[in-house]
Design a protein around this ligand. Structure first.
Ligand code: AMP
Length: 234
C-alpha cells in the first residue's frame, strides 16, 4: 500500500495543504498502538478505527455475530477475515467520508487482510500513506498487558492468552512488517521509553514524509482545533 495520486489533501494549519493521515498501526499486543492511535487522532482529526474495540462492542451487544467473535477473541485467536471485513469496512468508509483520514488500530493483521485492504484502498482512493510499527521487548509487553488486566479486566489479558496472542502476532502479523517496509511506507519506533519521546519521534517521522504540518506540532493537541473522531460506536 502506498500513497496514491488521490491521497487526501486538506488545508494545513499553516495555510498550506498537507496530506491527511491515513495510517496503519502495526504492533504486537501491549506495544502501545491504542494509546498512540488515540493521541495521533487528537493531533490530526483523522478518525480512530480500532478493530479490537469494534469487535468488543459487537460482543457486548450480545448479537449472533458477537458470540461468533467472542469464540475467537477470548482465546486470543484472530477473528476470520470475512467477519473482520464485514465489521470494519463500513467504519473505514464512514471515517474517510467524515474526516478524510484514518488511524487504523489493529488492522490489517494477516497478509490476506493486508492484500485485500490494499485493493479496497485503491478502489476507493483511501490508500494508506504510512504504517507505524511500534516495538518493545517481550517482557515489557507482557508486564504492560498484565497491568492493563488489573485496570480494565479484559477477558484476553490473562497470562496464557497473552502468550498465545504474542505467538499469533509472530506467526500471522509479523510478515506484514517486511511487506510494508518493501513498499517504503514503514515507520519503526520503539515504545520502550517515555511516551512524550515516542510522540515527538512519531511527529518528526510523519513530518519528514510530508504527512503532518510542523505547525500542528508546535501548537500541540489543545490548539490543534481538531476534535477526536472515534468510530468505535458507529
Ligand atoms: P486488540 O484490541 O487489537 O488487542 O484486539 C483484540 C482481539 O481482537 C485480538 O486478539 C483478535 O482476537 C481480535 N482482532 C482484532 N483485530 C483483528 C484483526 N484485524 N483480525 C483478526 N482478529 C482481530
Amino acid at each position: 500500500m502506498q500513497a496514491g495520486p488521490m491521497a487526501g489533501l486538506v488545508a494545513g494549519s499553516g495555510g498550506g495543504a498537507v496530506v491527511m493521515v491515513r495510517v496503519i498501526m502495526l504492533s504486537p499486543p501491549g506495544a502501545g498502538k491504542g494509546t498512540h492511535s488515540r493521541w495521533l487522532t487528537l493531533q490530526t482529526g483523522a478518525a480512530h478505527i480500532s478493530s479490537g474495540d469494534l469487535l468488543r462492542e459487537e460482543v457486548a451487544r450480545g448479537s449472533d455475530l458477537g458470540r461468533q467473535v467472542a469464540s475467537y477473541t477470548d482465546r486470543g485467536d484472530l477473528v476470520p477475515d470475512e467477519l473482520i471485513f464485514r465489521i470494519l469496512a463500513p467504519a473505514v468508509v464512514t471515517a474517510a467520508r467524515n474526516t478524510g483520514g484514518y488511524v487504523l488500530d489493529g488492522f490489517p493483521r494477516t497478509m490476506p487482510q493486508a492484500l485485500r485492504a490494499a485493493q479496497f484502498g485503491a478502489d476507493l482512493a483511501l490508500t494508506s500513506n504510512a504504517v507505524i510499527y511500534l516495538t518493545a521487548p517481550e517482557d515489557e509487553l507482557v508486564s504492560r498487558l498484565l497491568d492493563r488486566a488489573q485496570r480494565d479486566g479484559r477477558a484476553d489479558d490473562t497470562l496464557g492468552v497473552i502468550r498465545h496472542r504474542l505467538a499469533v502476532f509472530a506467526r500471522e502479523t509479523a510478515p506484514l512488517i517486511d511487506y510494508y517496509r518493501g513498499r517504503g511506507i514503514l515507520l519503526e519506533l520503539s515504545t520502550n521509553r517515555a511516551e512524550a519521546d515516542v510522540q515527538a519521534d512519531l511527529l518528526n517521522q510523519l513530518q519528514a514524509r510530508g504527512l503532518m504540518s510542523p505547525r500542528a506540532t508546535e501548537l500541540g493537541p489543545d490548539h490543534s482545533g481538531q476534535a477526536e473522531t472515534t468510530l468505535r460506536n458507529s
